[in-house]
Design a protein around this ligand. Sequence first.
Ligand code: PXP
Length: 252
Amino acid sequence: MTTLRLGVNVDHVATVRNARGGAVPDPTRAALLAIEAGADGITAHLREDRRHIHDDDMKRLKAAIAKPLNFEMAATEAMLDIALRIRPHACCLVPEKRTERTTEGGLDVVGQFRALKPFVAELGKAGVRVSMFIEPSGEALKASADLGAPVVELHTGAWCDALAHGDRAKADYEFGRLRVAAAQTPRLGLECHAGHGLDYESARVIAALPQVVELNIGHFLIGEAIFVGLAETVRRMRAAMDEGRAAAGAAR
Ligand code: PXP
C-alpha cells in the first residue's frame, strides 16, 4: 500500500502570534521543527482577512522549507496573484466566508464550475499542483476531475464532528461517504487527500483507506503541542497514521 503523507498546517501558530501582534511564535520555526519530526509537507491558509497567516509568512515558509508547501486559498484574483508569485508546490482551493470560524463545507465545484476553471488552469500552467477541497460526493469528484484538477482533498469535518459529539450513527454514515468517495478517485485519475478536524484516533481510522495518500492536519496538532511539544505531537501523529495503515494492510 502507498505510504500516507502528513501535511502539518501551521495556521494556528500564527493565531497565537497574532494574539500579541509580535513576531513570536513563528510559523516558520514550527514548520522546520515539524519537518524534522516527520512531517512530509507544510500547509498554510492565507485567508482574505489575514486572521492568522500573513503574506510574509507564506514567502518565508516557501524560502525556508525543503519539503512541499501547500498554499490554501480562496479562488480570488488577488490570491491567484500571490500564489503565482510564491509558486508553492501545491494550492488547495477552499471556500471562504469572512464570518466562519474555520473552513465550513467543501468547495461548490459543481455550481462554481465556470468560475473555478481559470484558477485551476492558471495554477496548473505555472506548475502548481491544484487540489480541490470538496465534500465526499460523486458529483464533486466528477466536477473536480472535469476541471482538470489532479488532486482532491476530502473534507473530513462532518465525520470528525460526529465523532466528537459521540453520534455513532452519523459518524458511520459520514465515514461511509468518505470511503466511497476515496474509492472513486483512482478511476477519475484523482490523487486523494483528506483533512479537517482530524486527531490521533480519526487519523488512525482514515489511514485505513488505501486511496488516501495525504492528510492535512492543523488545529489538533498545535493544541496538543501546548502539552507535549510540537515534535512529540508530530511523531505521535505519524505513528498513529502508520499504525492505521499497517493494520488495514494486514487485514486485507
Ligand atoms: N484542510 C483544509 C483544506 C483546511 O482548510 C483545513 C483548515 O485550515 C485543514 C485541512 C486542517 O484542519 P484542522 O486545522 O481542523 O486540522
